[in-house]
Structure formats: structure tokens, C-alpha cells
Write a protein that binds this ligand. Sequence first.
Ligand code: PMT
Length: 392
Amino acid sequence: MLTDKIVVLGITGSIAAYKAAELASRLTQAGVRVDVVMTEAAQKFISPLTLRSLTHRLVASDMWEPLEEHRISHVSMAQAADVVVIAPATANIIAKIACGMADDLLSSMVLATKAPVIIAPAMNVNMYENPVTHANIEKLRERGFYIVEPCTGRLACDTVGRGRLAETAQIMGAIKIVLGKNGDMAGKKVVVTAGGTREPIDPVRFIGNRSSGKMGYALAESARDRGARVTLVTAAGLPEPTGIETLAVESAAEMLAAVQKAVKGADALVMAAAVADFRPKVMAKSKIKKATLSLNMELERTPDILADAEGNFIRVGFAAESENLLANAKKKLADKVLDLIVANDVTAAGSGFGTDTNKVTLISRDGSETDLPLMTKREVADKVWDWVVTNE
Ligand code: PMT
């Protein structure tokens, strides 16, 4: 989704300017054309040559010396941009933009653009918490600017507090959200499950499985990037993805409760989670001692979350199979009354639990099958949403 997009990356005079190099590099690697605009102060912290080397593009900074070979002026840049990102954004540039000032290339370009603008502040905690800065940020938010909040941590001024530039992954996530706003899933609400549930045996032990959550997170991020509002119910414990409502659960019972709540008004439920089929009938209140010579545990069935979820939405299940892949998956499709099942061959190399790639066959409610080659989990996710978008 980022390929061939044009991002104007504004860098201002903060010690965090060096982190903009990583952002520029990640964007360039993702196929984005990155046009960098640096303020004079930014160049005291990081050299334009670094950004030029990473983006393979000329770096602009001076209003009065347009880079003719690239026809860069504040107006042409403003018009070409799909999105403008200012990272790091100092209190000074935030104040200038909030007031509509245009006394350098970056502020002029922001005033002239019709593209969405993302602001990632970075500054000393007192400057960040100053009511003037606060009011300026709120003013920009009200005007539709997308703010990537700074994190709390150790700052360059040797204090600990709020004001550290958000992580590159968060800024990348914000760019994807903003670019995906008009995507083919804009206005849709979807619920995705991820990870393997843990069914407690006693306070320290559980019955679990090998699901890492990667497939579910790829589904959630893919839907977000196409403009959907996404709720991710996860038993995986991975970091929360930007722009996705993330509900952490452990057991099948907790996942059931979270899904039942989240699917209200949803357009689709996609369950990539590996939900335990059985759980201990009784959880021991204290740790079971190993002096116990043998242990017999009575198990009971867990609720079927996918089959029991109530509502009028597209239902997609996954079936991780080690034998009779298609036959077993088709049985689940019918038994759970699904619209689509993703038959997942967990015996193929590079496929199934914990891998970054997956080998699946999509089987739809009318019985038609699409056998996909080994692809990244993100590509599998894109294919699942392609099906949902065209078959709802
Ligand atoms: O997390 P990763 O490491 O990336 O691995 C991805 C994966 C292999 C876990 C994923 O691609 C996958 O195949 N998930 C389904 C696992 C499975 O075998 O589910 P199942 O056959 O037990 O159940 C079929 C469907 O019903 C699934 O969508 C499951 O979420 C759902 N289910 C199952 C049991 C239950 N009690 N309630 C449910 O809703």
C-alpha cells in the first residue's frame, strides 16, 4: 500500500532528528518516494547528506534556492505529497503551524498542502507540558492534523518524562492509517482474533498451543491499512499495533466474552486464533505439588466462539490441519456455518505456527477453492480481505 506513494518528511531541530533517518530508510525500503525538508536547526543535528543517501533524493531546506532539477518548491512539494509527516516536530514548528506562519520552506509547505499532515512531537517534558504547546497541539488536532503522541522515557536533557519521539513503528503505522483512510474497507468495522489461548491448570500452569499471533496481527494491520476500524482480540501478548483497538485476553472464556462484545455492529469476524478445544474442568487454587505421584485432570470442552458469535456479519475461520487438509477444513466450514475458511497446511515448510509465511487454501461457502502459494502472512491477510470485500 505504500509503494509509489509520496511522503514529504519534515525534520526539525530536535536531538531526535537522527531517528528521522530510520524512518526515511524504512519508508524508502517500502517503495515510498521520500522528499525530505529540513529546517535550518535540523541540520545542526543531522546532515542532509545522510537523508539524501538514504532516500536517493535531493534534500530541500532553503525557500530561496529551489532545487530546479527536481522542481522542488514549497508549492510543488505541497501539491505532490500524498502525506506530509513532521518527525520530530519541535514546539516551535507546532506553534508556527498552529498560527499559520510561513517563514521557512517547511512551514510554507504545510500551509500550502491539501495532503493530510502527521505531526510527531519531540521535546523537553516541560516544553511539551506547557499549556501553550498543549493548546497548539489541540488546535492542530481539531483542524484534522494527525498527532502521533510522544512517549514517556529518558529525554536528552537527562530528565524522565513525556516528550520522546514516538517509535518509528508507530509513525509508520500512522502513515498507513492516514493513507488507508479512503481504502476499500473505509467505514467497515471488523474483529480479528489472534494467538493461542491459555487454559489455566493451577496458578502457574496452563494448557496452551504454539500460535504466535503473527497471522492475526497481519490480518488486523491489513484491514487497518485499507481503512477499516479494527478490534483485535489477542491472546498473543505482542505489542499493540498503532490505530487498532487491542483487547488482551488469555483463556477461551475471556476471548468469547471479548468477541461477543466486539462483534456488535461489525461487518466481519475473522478468527485466526488457535482456541483451545478443551480446558481443565476445575482450576486448582494453589500450585499442584510434584510430590503428587500421578495427576488425573478432567477436561471439558471450551465454547465455540466462532460458531456461537451472534450477529449478521461475514464469518471467516482458519483451520490448521496436519492431515486431510481440505476435507477437514470443509467440515469446519459447514459445521460452524462460515462464509470462508482458510485451510492452513501446518506441515508445509514455512507454513503454520510461528512462521512469517503461510501456505493456505481459501474455501468459500459455495465450495469454490483458491489454492494460494507460500506467501507472507501479510499477503495471506490481504487475500482474505480481498475475498471479504468482494463477497459481502
Ligand atoms: O499465530 P501464528 O503463529 O501466526 O499461527 C497461525 C495459525 C496457524 C494459528 C492460524 O493460521 C490458524 O490456522 N488458526 C486456526 C487454528 C485452528 O486449528 O483452529 P481450529 O481448527 O481449532 O478451529 C477452527 C476455527 O474455529 C478457528 O478459526 C478457531 O479460531 C475457531 N474456534 C476454535 C475453537 C473454539 N473453541 N472456538 C473457536 O472459535
